[in-house]
Design a protein around this ligand. Structure first.
Ligand code: PEP
Length: 275
């Protein structure tokens, strides 16, 4: 399975100039990495490919996607409107059509910060997932438990509730019209992000994450017999030092990275760990 490393820049950096510097550094370092990989590749020793993706804030989407055009790195939005996939009277929102037009091919959905500060429920997320699919955007759906839920050993219960939105999505006309085997599985990624691990420097053990990922994969498989393995990423304080340990698990298909994606060096070190 191809690995994915996705940088979620959140509400960073502050200026267009800093965005330009960061994206240029990442593209340059990635080009060097690709050259090094192809020099060391042989038919017996193929490096596992790692797809990189960057999710800048909406205002920087066009600039970043233009800069990424000649690279292998994909561009994602951090969110889309739940109200309309196209246009309408929804002040402050950006639609799936608008972010696709700005160059995004994916969108993050249901990040814990969206759930916390914008009260995003499964109902809202279902609407957003449908909008994404209608505009042919892939969706990285974030799920994960809070510290209190982790302490109460409710992780599985919480993520099962959050995954119900995928089951509901499968019943929607847009999903029914898609080829589950290929198109839907290729347009949906799950990012397991324990809320207590995001930006805190605290991480669950690799065996805890692996057990949760195994469960997520089994749950998704139980929703539709034709649904093949869906990519499941881990997110929460992944950095250049701990990425290798997560990458060693066969059920951790990559990482969703916040803080460490704001420096080319650490982002590319994480990509290397998953390559
Ligand atoms: C995130 O916000 O998705 C995230 C994983 O952040 P961090 O890597 O900073 O913990």
């Amino acid at each position: 399975m191809q690995a994915w490393v996705i940088g979620n820049w959140k509400q960073n950096p502050a200026t267009k100039r800093e965005v330009e510097t960061l994206v240029t550094e990442i593209v340059t370092a990635n080009n060097e990495r690709s050259v090094n990989n192809s020099n060391t590749d042989s038919s017996h020793d193929k490096a596992k490919t790692c797809q990189l993706m960057l999710a800048p804030s909406c205002i920087h989407l066009s600039a970043v996607s233009s800069r990424l055009q000649d690279s292998s790195i994909l561009c994602a939005a951090q969110d889309i409107s739940a109200h309309s996939a196209t246009v309408g009277a929804y002040t402050g929102d950006c639609s799936a059509q608008q972010v696709a037009d700005a160059g995004a091919t994916w969108t993050i959905l249901g990040h814990s910060e969206r759930r916390q500060y914008h009260q995003e429920s499964n109902e809202i997320l279902l609407a957003k997932l449908v909008c994404a699919l209608e505009q042919k955007l892939g969706a990285v759906l974030c799920i994960g438990e809070t510290q209190a839920q982790y302490d109460a050993r409710d992780t599985i219960k919480v993520i099962d509730e959050q995954l119900q939105v995928v089951k509901q999505l499968l019943a929607q006309p847009i999903a029914k019209s898609m080829d589950l085997d290929h198109t839907l599985a290729e347009q949906l990624i799950i990012a397991y992000e324990p809320v207590w691990a995001i930006g805190t420097g605290k991480v669950p053990t690799v065996s805890e994450v692996s057990a949760t990922h195994k469960h997520i994969k089994e749950q998704l498989a139980s929703f539709a017999s034709k649904l093949p393995a869906i990519t499941v990423l881990y997110g929460g304080s992944v950095n250049a030092d701990n990425a290798d340990s997560f990458a060693a698990s066969p059920v951790i298909d990559g990482a969703l990275v916040g803080g460490a994606s704001l420096k080319a060096e650490s982002f590319l070190a994480i990509a290397k760990a998953f390559s």
